[in-house]
Design a protein around this ligand. Sequence first.
Ligand code: FAD
Length: 691
Amino acid sequence: GQLDTLDLVVLAVLLVGSVAYFTKGSYWAVAKDPYASSTTAVNGAAKAAATRDILEKMEATGKNCVVFYGSQTGTAEDYASRLAKEGAQRFGLKTMVADLEDYDYENLDRFPSDKVVFFVLATYGEGEPTDNAVEFYQFITGDDVAFESGEADRPLAALKYVTFGLGNNTYEHYNAMVRNVDAALTKMGATRVGDAGEGDDGAGTMEEDFLAWKEPMWAALADSLGLQEREAKYEPVFSVTEDEALTPADETVYLGEPTHAHLQGRPKGPYSAHNPFIAPIVESRELFTVKGRNCLHLEVSIAGSNLSYQTGDHIAVWPTNAGAEVDRFLQVFGLADKRDAVIRVKGLDVTAKVPIPTPTTYDAAARYYMEIAAPVSRQFVATLAAFAPDEATRAEMVRLGADKDYFHDKLSTHCYTIAQALQSLTPEPFTTVPFSLLIEGINKIQPRYYSISSSSLVQKDTISITAVVESLRLPGASHLVKGVTTNYLLALKQKQNGDPAPDPHGLTYALSGPRNRYDGIHLPVHVRHSNFKLPSDPSRPIIMVGPGTGVAPFRGFIQERAALAARGDKVGPTVLFFGCRNRTEDFVYQDEWKTYQEQLGDNLRIITAFSREGPSKVYVQHRLHEHASMVSDLLKQKAVFYVCGDAANMAREVNLVLGRILAEQRNLPADRGEELVKHMRSNGSYQEDVW
Ligand code: FAD
């Protein structure tokens, strides 16, 4: 319906409290792909667009607030975008979002005191910076950090900054990034505005932690910079125009291709996180022997790509959304009838980066470029309320946006995506939502990582993946949550194996990819190097704890040690603790272990824990404790101890049990046992690959 005056008042009031949703991402194609045509560099800012000098960039573009992000999976980047947009709309700040790796930091000491810098920093793995924050982190926390002024004592005395960290309390170094950066900045004289916020993914409260942190932060910032809060109203970050002169058949239109070279049908290396290799799947099979649960083994060829991997690395898979969810999304936003219309997306501000390739179609954007199946966020529902199809729905959405518990009961517990959530509120489509707002409020689709389950010594050009298919009935949910990537992989496997019903659960994936380029059967991937590595001396013993898919990298480790033994190298004791439900359903690779046993003899020990076979549940950590003296002896012989799999419970339990084992076996007080494990972590003899 049309808005009347009262509606507009309601809408404006609502927006003041709930503004959200901001530009994301790196220039989709500009920075990463020199051939792309989607540049937003207008009005003479070309020089500033190329600079690595943040002060120059802000000067040239008239900004007084930069929001840097260190992001691995896109959440920190999303929060950075949201903060930038909120700062602009509520407080009139001239904001920009920036990727930490795009700038240098030697001149932070010249950062003017009437401007402010935000750092939104995720902690990755073992307290490490995200890939894009490595250089910044080394610089800012380095012992001999040198700024341009040469001032050594309090070089950052003029700098005002805001920080929020994204972490996971189930990891040893909770929010280490933000804590260390905050400490380093303070030490150098900078002034933090507001609290150093910390969001906890482990407790599942990331979004609420963020929402709770930012209000007092804005108040403190308004105070510090003398800002006036004003009535916020939605201003699009992008212009999205339908181009009737183009059809999807036109060769300039992106139909899901990840880069310009891919669009031209001439992908070329180097392949990386910005440019996937379209890899043939050479083999795919099911590892479970039970109906209704799936675990996939895939062999992906990287021959001819110039990609390489080392045993223990990760492979990233670039997913495609399920057709059923694409249809739902387009239907909910009234785009179903024009799904193949060609759209051009441009940043309305020089610093606004277009996160999806353009020109593209609504269909391709939803299918290949946007994370449309992620859990619905409260702030986004609040923002969309202004565009509800009727007054009752709008009022309901305002309430959902404002009341955290109500939102939780009504939407979160059902595990709805944004489209499912809106569908649950009204059958009417939301036809007036600007597409810019959807681009702003929904993340770029993210590659998912898998621990490579093969040895590079044994098969240097073929990478194995071991992935359990996510199909979860979460408590209270009215439907099954189907993991985006793993169900796509399942569909690929079924097609490859000539399954009569290649699409699991009617999800209907576009398996042949944009312009049929993934036909026969291909998957976009890249490789990420890790520190999870076998000892260089194979005679050193190893102890591996990997229940479920946590066994993935250890299949690679064992494959490698078996090959070394077969060629006559001296290989030390190789012990795997593996756990699953029972030996007849989900004991993956049990036949293979027999082959490796022949090569490694008594040096290979597989110790199993079947949680559903006996009267009480037995897990790997129980088995570990039963074998305390063996574990302790092997550690005395310089064994390396590895843990892979579930971060939330298993990895933490194993860490505790190992501390206990060390204390008991060596007659030490309990806290000494824990310290020994910490010590092992720092010297690399306790390694984790957990998620
Ligand atoms: P997604 O769609 O990403 O969903 C993942 C989870 O998010 C769901 O299970 C659910 O809990 C939640 N979720 C999704 N949608 C909703 C919703 N609408 N509402 C509420 N909750 C929702 N996995 C393996 O199987 N094998 C491996 O070897 C492996 N190695 C890994 C190594 C690393 C370094 C990392 C970081 C992860 C690894 N993973 C591995 C996990 C893997 O990356 C994926 O997270 C996993 O396969 C799920 O991906 P998906 O796209 O299928 O599910």
